[in-house]
Design a protein around this ligand. Structure first.
Ligand SMILES: [Zn+2]
Length: 69
């Protein structure tokens, strides 16, 4: 993914619209907005088509397993 125009890897909004948080993964840089950061933390498998291997990330532990992002 070329990082010329950083955009959220989930919603593809650019930093003109939303703040973006920079990620580094497998020597690549990715960006995600605060709205979608919880998906990376709690439901990483939803990002598997954007981040290779994301389905293998262990979701962050959460006291309430019923809670959805
Ligand atoms: Zn987003």
């Amino acid at each position: 993914m070329p990082a010329k125009n950083p955009r959220c890897l989930y919603c593809e909004r650019e930093s003109q619209e939303v703040p973006l948080i920079k990620l580094q993964y497998q020597e690549e840089e990715y960006w995600i907005c605060p709205q979608h950061l919880p998906i990376l933390i709690h439901k990483p498998s939803q990002l598997a088509d954007k981040l290779q291997g994301a389905e293998r990330f262990a979701p962050g532990s959460h006291p309430d397993p019923e809670q959805d992002v």
